[in-house]
Design a binder for this molecule. Structure first.
Ligand SMILES: Cc1cc2nc3c(=O)[nH]c(=O)nc-3n(C[C@H](O)[C@H](O)[C@H](O)COP(=O)(O)OP(=O)(O)OC[C@H]3O[C@@H](n4cnc5c(N)ncnc54)[C@H](O)[C@@H]3O)c2cc1C
Length: 537
C-alpha cells in the first residue's frame, strides 16, 4: 500500500506542474477567443451588405458609386481577394492593367499549402480544366546522389497536393471567378497614383482603356500590383535585393524520370529546376547570378545555356533542352527579387502580394504566401460592417502584419537560405553544406518530412524552421568529423557553423525576430475588431 504522505506529495507535485499549464492554456485560449472568436461571431452580419453593382461616372470622370474596396491589380492576390471579399457581400472594384492572359514564367507551381488556401477561399476549381499537373514534391540531385523533398500529404485528402500549371490559365480562371459575382466589377485600367487627402488614401487615379484619366473612390484601397509595383513607394519602404535571374523555357517531347516530382539539380554554376506545367510540357528554370547575366539578344545566353548548363541536365532531357534553347522567343528572363515587408501605417490603403513582400522563387512559395495573406485579410475584414473610418480600420489592420508572419517568414527564410546554399560558390564550405542538406533529407522521418512540410507551406512555423536549420548545421558538423575528429576536420566543422550563421542570421533579422518568435509581445497582435461606436457612421 502507498503511504498517505507519498500520495500527498504526488498530488502537490502534480498541482505544481498542472496549475501553470492550465494558466497558460487559459491565457492562450483567451487570446485566441479575443482574436478569432469575435470575427466568427460577427461573420453572419457581414453578409448583409447592399447588393447593387453600380459604378457611375460623373462628367469629370469621377465615379459616384457604392464601392467599399478598390483592388489594384488582378493577379493571383488581387483576383483571389476580389472573389473572397465579393463573396462576403462587399462592393468590390478591381482595376487591372491588362485583362488579357499574362505572358510570364512566374507563378506556375503552387505548393500544397497554397492549394489548401485556395480551398479555404472556395477557389480550388480554378486549377481544374487547365491541364494542371499533380506535384508531390521535388528531388534534389547533386554529384550522382539524390534526396527527396516529398510533401508530407498522408494526413490530407488525396486531392490535396501541389499543382503546377500555366500561370496565365490559372490567373484567368481566378479573374473569371471574381467577375462572376454581381458585386465585383473588374475593369481594365492602369492606376497611376493613389488619391491622398490629409494623409488618408481615398482611392486612386487611373487611366482607362481609351487613355482617359479617371478617379475611383473607396473606403479601402488594396494594392496588389505585383513585383513591379509602382504604387508601393507611397505605402512602404521598399528595399529590393536582386540576387539572381531565372532564365525560363519550356521543354517538350520529354518526361522527367518521376513525373510526380519536380527536379532540382545543384549544378555548377547554378541550380537548374524542372517541373511539368502541362501533360506535354516541362518548365525549365536556370538560376543565373545577377552579376553575370549573358545577353539574350546577341546570342550569349544560348551559348551559355548550351555550353555551361546543358552538360549538367539529365540525359533523357538533353535533346529537348537543346531544342528549347534554339526555339525562337522560347527563352524568357525574370528577376528574382527579395523584399521584406516594411509597410507604413497608411489609413485607407494596404499592400498585399508581391507589392508587399517578395522572396526568391527557388522554392516556389510566392503564391502560397499571397493566398495565405488573402485568407487572413478576408477574415480580419469580416466583422467590419463599415470601413469609413480609415484610421480606426488602419489601426485594427496592423495585426495583419504580425499574423501573416508564420507563413510568410517560414517560406521567405527557406527560400533565401536554400538559394544561398544551392548556388555554387568557390567556397568549399558551401559544398559541405550542400552535401549536409542532401544527407539530412536522406535521413528520412521527421528530418525530411519536417523540412518538406515547411517548404510546401503545410507547416508555417518559424520555431520549427529554426529547429531544423540548427539540426541541419549540427548534422553537417557531425558529418565532417567522421570517421574520427582531427584538427582539420574540427576546423572545417567550425567553418560550416560560421558560414551557416552568416547566411541564416541576417535573413532572420530582416524578417523581424520579435514578430516571428515573440508575436505575443507585439501590441498590434491583440487588436480586436472596432465596435460600431468606434466608427464614425
Ligand atoms: C521567376 C519567378 C518564378 C516564380 N515562380 C513561382 C512559382 O512557381 N510558384 C509560386 O508560388 N510563386 C512563384 N513566383 C512568385 C509569384 O509569381 C508571385 O508571388 C505571385 O504572382 C504574386 O501575386 P501578385 O498578385 O502579388 O502579383 P501578380 O500576380 O504579379 O499580379 C499583379 C497584377 O497587377 C497588375 N498591375 C500592375 N500594376 C498595375 C497598375 N498600376 N494598375 C493596375 N494593375 C496593375 C498586373 O498587370 C498584374 O495582373 C515566381 C516569381 C518569379 C519572379
Amino acid at each position: 500500500m502507498v503511504p498517505k504522505s507519498m500520495v500527498e506529495q504526488y498530488i502537490v507535485g502534480d498541482a505544481v506542474v498542472i496549475a501553470p499549464l492550465l494558466g497558460f492554456v487559459f491565457l492562450y485560449y483567451n487570446s485566441l477567443v479575443r482574436f478569432w472568436g469575435l470575427s466568427k461571431l460577427k461573420r453572419r452580419a457581414s453578409m448583409e451588405f447592399p447588393k447593387e453593382n453600380r459604378i457611375n461616372k460623373n462628367g469629370s470622370g469621377e465615379d459616384v458609386g457604392t464601392t467599399d474596396i478598390i483592388i489594384v491589380g488582378a493577379g493571383v492576390a488581387g483576383a483571389a481577394l476580389a472573389y473572397s471579399l465579393g463573396k462576403d457581400g462587399r462592393q468590390v472594384r478591381v482595376i487591372e492593367r491588362d485583362l488579357n492572359p499574362p505572358d510570364r514564367i512566374a507563378g506556375e507551381s503552387l505548393m500544397p499549402g497554397g492549394y489548401l488556401k485556395l480551398i479555404e477561399l472556395g477557389l480550388e476549381d480554378c486549377v481544374d480544366e487547365i491541364d494542371a499537373q499533380r506535384n508531390q514534391g521535388y528531388i534534389l540531385y547533386k554529384d550522382g546522389k539524390n534526396a527527396p523533398i516529398s510533401y508530407p500529404l498522408e494526413k490530407f485528402h488525396s486531392h490535396v497536393v501541389g499543382k503546377s500549371f500555366h500561370n496565365n490559365r490559372f490567373v484567368q480562371k481566378l479573374r473569371k471567378k471574381a467577375a462572376s459575382l454581381h458585386n465585383v466589377s473588374l475593369e481594365q485600367g492602369t492606376v497611376t497614383s493613389l488619391l491622398e487627402e490629409n494623409g488618408t488614401i481615398k482611392g486612386g487615379h487611373y487611366k482607362d482603356k481609351s487613355s482617359q484619366m479617371l478617379t475611383a473612390y473607396a473606403s479601402l484601397t488594396v494594392v496588389c500590383d505585383g513585383c513591379f509595383s509602382n504604387l508601393r513607394r507611397s505605402l512602404c519602404n521598399p528595399k529590393v535585393d536582386v540576387p539572381s535571374y531565372f532564365v525560363g523555357f519550356i521543354l517538350t517531347n520529354c518526361k522527367l524520370s518521376d513525373q510526380n516530382h519536380g527536379a532540382i539539380i545543384l549544378a555548377d554554376p547554378s541550380p537548374i529546376v524542372f517541373y511539368p506545367i502541362s501533360s506535354t510540357e516541362i518548365r525549365c528554370m536556370v538560376d543565373v547570378p545577377s552579376q553575370n547575366l549573358p545577353s539574350l539578344s546577341n546570342g550569349e545566353m544560348s551559348h551559355y545555356l548550351k555550353t555551361l548548363v546543358a552538360p549538367k541536365v539529365f540525359p533523357e532531357t538533353y535533346d529537348s533542352f537543346i531544342s528549347a534553347i534554339e526555339k525562337k522567343d522560347n527563352i524568357k528572363i525574370m528577376l528574382n527579387r527579395i523584399m521584406a515587408d516594411a509597410p507604413h501605417r497608411t489609413p485607407g490603403a494596404l499592400l498585399i502580394g508581391d507589392s508587399l513582400n517578395m522572396r526568391h522563387a527557388i522554392t516556389g512559395g510566392g503564391m502560397t504566401v499571397a493566398l495565405s495573406d488573402v485568407v487572413l485579410l478576408r477574415d480580419l475584414l469580416r466583422p467590419l460592417h463599415d470601413l469609413s473610418d480609415a484610421s480606426v480600420v488602419c489601426k485594427y489592420l496592423q495585426s495583419f502584419y504580425t499574423l501573416r508572419k508564420p507563413m510568410s517568414s517560414t517560406i521567405n527564410i527557406l527560400a533565401s537560405v536554400l538559394h544561398k546554399v544551392f548556388s555554387s560558390s568557390s567556397d568549399p564550405t558551401i559544398e559541405d553544406i550542400q552535401h549536409a542538406c542532401i544527407g539530412y533529407l536522406r535521413l528520412g522521418g521527421v528530418f525530411s518530412s519536417g523540412l518538406s512540410a515547411m517548404i510546401s507551406g503545410l507547416c508555417p512555423r518559424p520555431l520549427s524552421l529554426a529547429f531544423h536549420l540548427f539540426a541541419l548545421a549540427i548534422y553537417g558538423f557531425g558529418r565532417l568529423l567522421l570517421p574520427f575528429p582531427s584538427p582539420k576536420r574540427l576546423w572545417n566543422g567550425a567553418k560550416l557553423f560560421w558560414v551557416s550563421s552568416n547566411i541564416i542570421f541576417p535573413i532572420l533579422h530582416s524578417e523581424g525576430v520579435r514578430q516571428m518568435f515573440f508575436p505575443l509581445t507585439v501590441p498590434a497582435y491583440y487588436r480586436t475588431p472596432p465596435r460600431n461606436k468606434d466608427l464614425k457612421v
